[in-house]
Design a binder for this molecule. Structure first.
Ligand code: SF4
Length: 277
């Protein structure tokens, strides 16, 4: 499945411990912007409905769309814009939308009126950075009507057990990442391994996305630059299923510079144009 990012709004309010070194704040600061300023991204607000000159949707059918990667989907400040986004999600039922939030306690009140047992094309991802937040948020994830549920422990800043939640058979995937950019809170190999084993025992997909800046294994701390974090995570083989056994570090896509390697997404259209020339 191809994937792309859709940010209908940008900016966020820090909410819990995981937000301390939020990468969006860091990247905004690099551009002399303030990450706490929340605004509608007018140019891309209806991105899934945008068409190319041939009248085809720019985002191709079957794409996994990560929504609000520079904000939180259930931010109060975005209430006035969310209904339109729900309508777009409904209209593009040939895409899968990944909605991510830390604000578990407000989700129920912000679902659309026709949500029912959940839209088929929505994956609901609750993030939890430590055990307290996992115990606050994951029970809500299990209680609310969603067709697909995932838990993302990122940035994982303490040991977390999800075993009792995984036994519900309602969580299809667990993801783990460390802290990046400005962050210096370490991720311990043993924490990742423990969650991996819990997922293995409960037959749940497990994705160790990245080590973060500081990764501790066998009492040694490794400082890992961003470009290597994903590769190192995959080389650990703490993946279920483990499909990346021979993964090698590749140069960035020369066209969009967005990915460590071109994933053939053609989302930026630069590759398509180049191939057509
Ligand atoms: S909820 Fe996410 S986007 Fe918002 S401040 Fe926290 S880490 Fe950043």
């Amino acid at each position: 499945m191809l994937d792309c990012i859709w940010n209908p709004w940008h900016g966020c309010k820090k909410y819990s411990e995981g937000c301390l070194n939020c990468y969006m704040y860091y990247l905004d600061k690099q551009r002399d912007k303030d990450g706490s300023k929340i605004y509608k991204v007018k140019t891309n607000f209806d991105l899934p409905l945008k068409k190319d000159k041939n009248g085809e949707y720019k985002i191709k059918s079957g794409t996994l769309v990560h929504v609000c990667m520079t904000s939180d989907f259930f931010l109060d400040e975005a209430d006035e814009w969310r209904e339109e986004v729900w309508n777009i999600i409904k209209k593009r039922n040939d895409l899968t939308f990944w909605l991510q939030t830390k604000r578990a306690n407000v989700v129920k009140d912000k679902l659309p009126s026709d949500w029912g047992v959940g839209y088929n094309n929505v994956i609901m991802c609750f993030t939890a950075e430590n055990q307290i937040r996992a115990d606050e948020r994951v029970p809500i994830l299990l209680d609310l009507p969603f067709k697909r549920r995932v838990v993302m422990c990122a940035p994982m800043i303490s040991e977390i057990t999800l075993d009792k939640y995984l036994k519900s058979n309602k969580i299809e995937q667990v993801l783990v990442d460390g802290e990046n950019y400005d962050g210096n809170r370490p991720l311990h190999y043993e924490w990742v391994e423990k969650l991996y084993n819990e997922c293995k025992n409960n037959n749940v997909k497990f994705n160790f996305i990245g080590t973060g800046n500081y990764f501790v294994k066998d009492k040694k701390t490794y400082h890992i630059i961003k470009a290597y974090q994903g590769v190192m995570a995959r080389r650990s083989h703490l993946q279920l299923p483990d499909e990346n056994k021979n993964l090698k570090l590749q140069p960035k896509c020369l066209n969009c510079k967005r990915n460590n390697s071109c994933n053939g997404c053609t989302w930026c259209m630069k590759c398509v144009k180049k191939n057509n020339n």
